[in-house]
Design a protein around this ligand. Sequence first.
Ligand code: NAD
Length: 297
Amino acid sequence: MKTIAFIGLGNMGGPMAKNLVKNGYQVRAFDLVQSALDDISEAGAYAASSAQDAATGADVVVSMLPAGKHVKSLYLGEDGLINLLDAGKLVIDSSTIDAASAIEVGKALGEKGIHFVDAPVSGGVGGAVAGTLTFIVGGSQAYFEQAKPVLEAMGKHIFHAGDTGAGQVAKICNNMLLSILMVGTSEALNMGINNGLDPKVLSEIMKQSSGRNWTLELYNPCPDVMENVPSSNDYQGGFMVDLMRKDLGLAQQTAVDSGSVTPMGTLANSLYTLLSNQGAGKKDFSSIFKLLQSEQK
Ligand code: NAD
């Protein structure tokens, strides 16, 4: 059975690493936070003293870190894993980062014969715990095939988006669209409410009509329309506004770099920045509904 080094045991990485252990992989894990190391050690992984210690003897390295600078530093920085890994080893970076950083890391590793895929995820902490994440992979067909069994131990849907960096681009295209749908659904519901409509009835009408979308079907932003969604629990849990802001920032950068016209994405980015500035950064992203709500007459 393969040995996997797992770097970054936060909200997502911790449960993902545990699922690798559950699926019989030998896991050598590292995080800067001691409590995360204690937790993974209890689950049956080896708690490494450094990223280098974790990667020693590993066939595959998986990283789940906050941003591009952390990923570049892990692989290409001083003591970077590029100096430790042999040719033919596989690196899977599942962090959500800018595509340019993913391409830079993939290229540098590739020059030493180390295989690389970017494999950001969709599905949140719930999906990470349940092992039902969607992985959106960028890299060659051969590296994709090499990564697939490892990803299947942590996820349900594994997509090959294209070459290196394509996973990151596809992921932020999706999240930009999601934010736009959330804003649009929220403003339609608020306008209906302001004109005397019951949000439950209006939601049902739009769900069966041409305005139908994921937020209406599974994640209604108006409190008490649906059970077991963040809007019915004071917008706790779910996908934080600040994480959506991070993804929208990456989307805007990608739009600028590629000359893409994204007026709706730009507007969604501004609205989510405003929401965060008003103190809702840790709330679920469906709380944009509150920002758009009129004063009750
Ligand atoms: P997190 O902040 O909970 O975890 C990041 C972990 O990385 C922390 O435990 C931190 O100590 C560790 N870390 C940072 N630098 C390190 C280093 N040099 N060596 C070892 N460990 C280091 O973040 P998260 O919510 O787990 O998210 C991780 C990535 O997944 C991010 O890129 C995020 O955008 C993406 N993501 C998150 C979600 C979500 O719902 N939380 C959903 C999809 C994608």
